[in-house]
Design a protein around this ligand. Structure first.
Ligand code: GLA
Length: 717
């Protein structure tokens, strides 16, 4: 009997793949399941990524697919997630499953750790997954370490790999350059690899952005279809690899770009990869964007749930050409406009080589005495007297060779010891892998704040990629530069945030070349583009809104494309974090009145605009118009933004169908932001409609006028 029982047990063990195996590891949000299975060979495979399964028992039916974290040199012939050259020169790594655990962080969040180990070499990997239930977001990253006798070289170190078995895959990528950020384009992925990466180091997202959309079984659509939105939190060289394999299945690897970055990892040192953040939506990219917006406001963005300051900036208004009097006049204009703050931009610092243009002064953060004889304290005071707060621009990670800093500390600067230097915007990048340089950069903010405790805001710029790639500090470890530099930047951000937790800060990088969720832990908002032509901005804001809540996107009214009305320019900026960068002197009386009223409306509607759900209704990529809206959580208030770009003569105009309203409620439609002495031409103005009607039939709000706009407030009756 005993013998029979043992035989049966052995049979069960041998025949059933799941028997005597670990239970599947289930990483779940309210809508998504990622299921990992340990196979009889002791290795870990992804067996499912898709809509959340209703029955736990069904997990047992899942079969194994592709290895979750494949090492190099094994039987998988595609791109590995991990590659290590061991101390004996062997380049293979095969990871076996050790154990895993899942803990509930709170009612909404669970964290799963999976421990893997090579049986032959003492290399260990811990996979991290954090799942946000309500927001339907999963964050994934890995930690790599080893206990070999000497350092090993790691040359692949992905944060994560996901695997898809679908009929087709369509990638929407975001590319651009200065003043033409986040241009969206979509392509079908076929056999082989498509890589999106950057080697720019510091102004890292100047040509391509650390996020993408993946349409599964078809191109990504706004309100239907399966789509994955993914983004990586790394303010340096990132890489996404999309590889369609021999079976027509897709592997998606995310991580730091290993280019020129083979990392020498010491025994017991932990190499932590950046976080890959993704959401899977079965109803299009609109829903996926809202998932990310919710998650960002709740968990990631600095002061994500807080208020934002409206402002008047002087960059477009004055450039480098200002003095105390000019600034004080602008501060008064800020007050007249009704915004919260005046923001002083570039050109206020350096004495031996004053910052009169972008060729000198970066690095010397003392106020230019000839230009501003009474220093920053006087400006903060003047702003206070004018009745606004005061904010200031810095670009602390950079240096002009024409500066006292460079003369004193050439060894603090990334540049070649034995080649002629080349410059980007006449500047070089400070070597943030050097702790002394980290202290110096932190000291710039700290000194300004100590001298001016009432400073209310920083605009932190970063105008150059890393050029002349060589760190005097890292010496023979040049391969660490791209990674250790970014880690140094984070150390500084962390110190600033710890000491000044309530200080709002804008992240800027020659426009919008820094926009990732690791940096945004330390910044309340980012500058989307130096291109403030409202027509271009409609596309840029459409692009960034795929991944970022509009409260994190700074948008300023300027004189770019002055052919368009001040109303159009302001109405475009209204949907984001509103600011002005234009002197009132450039406007007539009516335009000034219009702007003041727009600011007042913005302040009144701030809660909907900053914290409401964002719906992209009509795409500027598909029509000659665009429309978006915010609706608040209890669906009592919404703001609809409508823009005619360059419509054709007599073109057919379709009504705009709203979203995010309560079908059973009734809403009053009111056009706001009208120029003085003009009346709304909307037939629907002042009327009431049910949410059902507004969402099914819609409102005829488009026109055939060029660069025409309408802001419409909807209020539950
Ligand atoms: C960058 C920024 C601008 C402005 C200038 C100042 O280009 O994007 O907004 O601050 O630097 O030099």
């Amino acid at each position: 009997m005993k013998k029979e029982f043992l035989a049966a047990l052995a049979c069960l063990f041998l025949l059933s793949p799941m028997a005597a195996q670990e239970a599947p590891i289930r990483i779940s949000t309210h809508e998504t399941d990622l299921i990992l299975t340990v196979a009889p060979n002791g290795r870990l495979y992804q067996s499912y990524l898709g809509k959340r399964l209703a029955h736990e028992a069904d997990l047992a039916h899942l079969s194994r697919h592709t290895e979750v974290y494949p090492g190099s040199g094994a039987e998988d012939y595609f791109e590995p997630t991990l590659a290590v050259t061991h101390t004996d020169g062997n380049p293979t790594t095969i990871l076996s499953y050790l154990s895993s655990n899942t803990r509930k962080v709170d009612d909404n969040v669970t964290e799963t750790l999976v421990f893997l180990k090579d049986k032959v070499y003492p290399v260990e990997v811990t996979l991290h997954y954090v799942a946000y239930g309500k927001e339907n977001i999963i964050k994934a990253w890995s930690e790599i370490k080893h206990h070999e006798k000497k350092p090993v070289d790691i040359w692949r170190y992905a944060s994560n790999m996901l695997y898809f078995e679908r009929a087709s895959y369509y990638l929407t990528e975001f590319s651009g350059d200065w003043a033409k950020e986040v241009r969206m384009s979509t392509q079908e992925l076929q056999f082989g690899k498509k890589i999106i990466d950057t080697k720019l180091g510091s102004r890292a997202a100047m040509h391509t952005y650390p996020f993408f959309e993946l349409g599964l079984d078809g191109p990504p659509r706004e309100d239907s279809g399966d789509v994955l939105l993914g983004t990586i939190g790394w303010t340096g060289n990132f890489q996404f690899t999309f590889e369609v394999d021999n079976n027509g299945d897709l592997r998606l690897l995310s991580g730091i770009n290993p280019y020129a970055s083979t990392y020498q990892l010491k025994p017991d040192e932990v190499f932590t990869t950046p976080e890959f953040i993704f959401t899977l939506s079965d109803s299009g990219r609109g829903k996926a964007s809202r998932n990310i917006h919710d998650w960002a406001r709740e968990y990631q963005l600095k002061d994500g749930k807080g208020d934002r300051l409206t402002l008047l900036n002087n960059w477009e208004a004055t450039g480098f050409n200002f003095d105390e009097q000019k600034l004080e006049e602008l501060m008064k204009e800020a007050k007249t406009l009704g915004v919260d703050m005046f923001l002083l931009d570039d050109g206020w610092f350096a004495n031996k080589y004053p910052r009169a243009n972008d060729r000198a002064g970066l690095g010397d953060w003392d106020v230019t005495r000839t230009k501003l004889p009474n220093g920053v304290p006087h400006l903060v005071k003047a702003a206070k007297e004018a009745g606004v707060k005061f904010g200031i621009w810095i670009e602390p990670e950079m240096v002009n060779p024409k500066s006292e800093l460079f003369e004193k500390h050439p060894d603090w600067v990334i540049h070649q010891p034995n080649r002629e230097a080349y410059y980007f915007r006449n500047q070089l990048v400070l070597d943030l892998s050097n702790p002394q340089v980290q202290d110096y950069v932190f000291g710039i903010v700290d000194k300004l704040m100590t001298e001016n405790p009432d400073l209310a805001y920083f605009k932190w710029d970063c105008n150059s990629p890393i050029t002349n790639i060589y760190s005097p500090y890292l010496k023979e470890k040049q391969n660490h530069l791209y990674i250790d530099h970014v880690r140094g930047v984070y150390k500084v951000f962390e110190r600033v945030k710890n000491k000044y937790p309530n200080l709002p800060m804008m992240l800027c990088s020659g426009g919008g070349a820094r926009c990732d969720y690791e940096a945004l832990k330390y910044f309340t908002e980012f500058w989307c583009s130096d291109n403030t032509d409202p027509v271009e901005r409609l596309y840029i804001q459409w692009g960034f809104s795929q991944f970022f809540p509009t409260k994190s996107m700074s948008a300023h009214v300027t004189s770019w494309n002055k052919k368009t009305s001040i109303k159009f320019r302001t109405d475009v900026a209204m949907m984001c974090k509103l600011g002005f960068d234009i002197s009132l002197k450039e406007m007539d009386e009516k335009e000034q009145t219009y702007c003041r009223q727009a600011v007042a409306h913005y302040n009144r509607l701030k809660d909907v605009i900053l914290n409401g759900d964002f719906y992209r209704l009509v795409s500027p990529y598909e029509t000659n118009h665009t429309a978006v809206m915010h609706a608040n959580r209890n669906q009592s208030k919404a703001v609809l933004y409508v823009y005619d770009i360059y419509p054709r003569y007599g073109e057919k105009l379709l009504p705009v169908k709203l979203q995010g309203l309560d079908a059973s409620k009734t809403y009053k439609v009111e056009e706001i932001n009208l120029l003085p002495e003009t009346r709304s031409r909307l037939q629907s103005n002042g009327k009431t409609y049910t949410g059902d009607y507004l969402m099914k039939v819609g409102l005829p709000v488009f026109s055939t006028a060029s660069t025409n706009s309408r802001i419409i407030e909807l209020t539950q009756q």
